[in-house]
Design a protein around this ligand. Structure first.
Ligand SMILES: C[S@@+](CC[C@H](N)C(=O)[O-])C[C@H]1O[C@@H](n2cnc3c(N)ncnc32)[C@H](O)[C@@H]1O
Length: 338
């Protein structure tokens, strides 16, 4: 970990800044030490890699997925190409096309979570210049160690850390782009993962996430049953309802034989904005705002019939007629000084 990173990382749960202590360094690199937050949370640095994983006691789903990942570290890079060749796909082409969606520039600062052994990390790094920077994170120490090994000879500044993809140890608006491919289906909190990616990405930046998901229109096919039998992760639903409200220009594509999704969106601020105030043409009249915020109580069927007839006679819109009637009656009952 570079010395300067101590002031960039934050406590993944409280978002408090961290203080480096007990540091042992080699030039600018901190080899070991502890990052401590105001709340007293301690995050160890070992072999130059901070462990910022939170919760300290992982939920069962993540513990199980971590055990499975650790167990397959040796075969991972050997067998992973099968994921692509099964469908006649070229892994490099597919990964490059996903990374295209990040809209990277040479100076981009990028976060990759669930980075694994670095099969995408090295492609992302190729897109960055000396001003760019790549943070690679994973839950699994063995996978991240492979990643560090793979990225060692890379000229681009890379900062590895152990971290949980749904508790990101960064302040808001830290990155130009955020990327995650594979493994998110098994996260104990997928909604929080998307929300965290949106939080740490600057408004206007990109989030790109992919994983297995058999499209709904293929679920009842032999093709689907064969694949789900071998890998139950294909049965995971597309996590569209777990996207954050800040997601804009959201796109979904099915890739790798059409059985993996890749979702990408531009990070916006809060809920989308729209003009709720233009007068809506027609007999009802009013605006989106008056229709939603101006609702009053219901009336009797006879009162309603009379109101409709009176409105038609005046030629006003229903909104205008009601607004006039309610105002007049209210002013009459309140006296004239309102
Ligand atoms: C299928 S691998 C994909 C690795 C890499 N992205 C690739 O494309 O080769 C899934 C990765 O997600 C990581 N992972 C699983 N749960 C995680 C979590 N809660 N937070 C961060 N990483 C996680 C695993 O350790 C593993 O490295």
């Amino acid at each position: 970990m570079h010395y300067k990173e101590a002031s960039f990382y934050v406590d993944p749960v409280t978002l408090d800044s961290l203080t480096l202590s007990e540091a042992v360094s080699d030039g600018d690199e901190v080899i070991s030490g502890v990052l401590v937050s105001a709340s007293g949370h301690r995050f160890e640095i070992a072999n130059g890699v901070p462990n910022l994983v939170y919760p300290f006691e992982l939920p069962p789903a993540d513990r199980e997925s971590l055990q499975q990942t650790e167990a397959r570290v040796d075969g991972y890079d050997r067998y992973l190409p099968l994921t692509f060749s099964t469908y006649g796909e070229d892994e490099q082409l597919v990964r490059n096309a996903m990374i295209d969606k990040l809209n990277l520039r040479p100076e981009s600062v990028v976060l990759e979570t669930g980075a694994g052994t670095g099969r995408d990390s090295e492609i992302i790094a190729q897109r960055l210049g000396t001003q760019g920077k790549l943070y690679v994170q994973d839950l699994s120490p063995s996978f991240l160690a492979r990643n560090v090994e793979r990225m060692r000879s890379n000229a681009v500044r890379t900062e590895p850390a152990l971290a949980n993809g749904y508790y990101l140890p960064f302040p808001d608006n830290s990155f130009d782009a955020c990327y995650h491919f594979g493994g998110i289906n098994a996260f104990a909190d997928i909604r929080r993962a998307f929300s965290e990616m949106a939080r740490v990405t600057k408004p206007g930046g990109k989030v790109v996430v992919g994983d297995e998901s058999m499209p709904p229109w293929l679920r009842d096919t032999e093709f689907s049953r064969v694949l789900i039998n071998s890998n139950p992760e294909f049965a995971y639903p597309l996590p569209l309802e777990k996207l954050p409200v800040q997601a804009r220009k959201t796109r979904v594509e099915w890739i790798i034989g059409g059985v993996f999704f890749v979702i990408d969106f531009v990070v916006g601020e809060g809920e989308p904005k729209a003009d709720f105030d233009f007068p809506i043409p027609g007999v009802r009249g009013g605006s989106h705002r008056t229709r939603y915020f101006g609702k009053l109580e219901g009336v009797t069927p006879e009162g309603k019939r009379l109101a409709y007839a009176a409105r038609a006679k005046t030629g006003k819109s229903m909104h205008q007629w009601l607004d006039d009637v309610v105002r007049q009656a209210a002013l009459r009952d309140l006296g004239s000084n309102e």
